[in-house]
Design a protein around this ligand. Structure first.
Ligand SMILES: [Fe+2]
Length: 281
């Protein structure tokens, strides 16, 4: 399997690779290590600097009507090779560039406030987050003035691409946390990276006390980053519904993996600040 695409495309290809060797319905593989046979060998070429799916043994699918997304993971489900080549990012429009990179930044920071973190995941997460905070404004500027398209910004794009993979190596080993628990509802009609980017500063504030001094220094730069890239951390009216997001997070391993425990009431307030519409939940 040659998988080329953003996070959703790579996930879909990884699902097909599993079905090539397992004669079952994909929904029967939901969970951890459910496939009898390893997937067909897969080479992944990410075309966004974001999900890090190219180095992950998990894949995420959306099924409308389900309370949260379908996650399939297992030892050996990761691609056998990932090709990280910045030249494929040259023509990337602003939105997929920004949304994907904010997903990657969220992966790194969530790793820092996860219960599953270790010295190994911290080393990857701290470096990945610092690189993304530094490179993303330059990548966005290069998209606007055409330097990305002309191949004059490849060094920055390559850094972003490698940082996105590194962030997934961090969160893939520590587990994700509250942002991803809240963004796991297929009922919210917004790209994964956009949702995470909006939720990130609020969840970072919620977890700030649980972070090391180095981690705090990084989360304190989120506001400056958003100013530099013109990203507003707020859902459009009607885009996100708090009840569906809290429902999706209830009992989710990502919520219980968050360093600071959260009540539904605290989440409702956090989502209100992020512009999600209130509901019964
Ligand atoms: Fe993500």
């Amino acid at each position: 399997m040659l998988a080329i695409g953003g996070g959703s495309g790579l996930s879909a290809a990884k699902a097909v690779a599993l079905l090539m060797t397992n004669d079952v319905g994909i929904e029967s593989l939901e969970g951890d290590g459910r496939a009898e046979h390893p997937p067909a060998p897969t080479i992944a070429v990410p075309t966004t600097a974001g999900s890090g799916s190219e180095v992950s043994n998990a894949l995420v699918l959306h099924e409308s009507g389900k309370v949260r997304e379908v996650v399939i993971r297992g030892r050996g489900y990761e691609p056998v090779a990932a090709i990280l080549d910045a030249t494929v990012l040259r023509g990337l429009p602003r939105e997929p560039l920004v949304f994907a990179a904010l997903d990657a930044l969220t992966h790194a920071l969530e790793s820092l406030w996860s219960r599953g973190r270790s010295m190994f995941t911290d080393a990857c997460a701290l470096h990945a987050a610092a690189q993304i905070l530094e490179a993303l404004p330059k990548a966005v500027a290069g998209q606007v003035d055409g330097r990305n398209a002309r191949g004059e910004n490849d060094e920055v794009l390559q850094r972003l691409l490698e940082a996105a993979s590194l962030a997934n190596i961090a969160c893939g080993n520590s587990g994700l946390a509250l942002v991803h628990a809240l963004s796991s509802s297929p009922a919210v009609d917004a790209p994964h990276g956009l949702q995470n980017g909006i939720l990130l500063p609020y969840v970072a504030g919620f977890n700030r006390e649980a972070l090391s001094a180095e981690g705090r220094e990084l989360v304190d730069r989120i506001g400056e980053l958003y100013g530099a890239i013109g990203f507003e951390a707020r859902f459009d009216s009607g885009q996100a519904e708090a009840g569906a997001m809290i429902d999706a997070s209830r009992g989710h391993v990502f919520r219980s993996n968050n360093a600071r425990e959260s009540s539904d009431e605290e989440l409702r307030e956090l989502l209100r600040l992020a512009g999600a519409i209130a509901s019964a939940g």
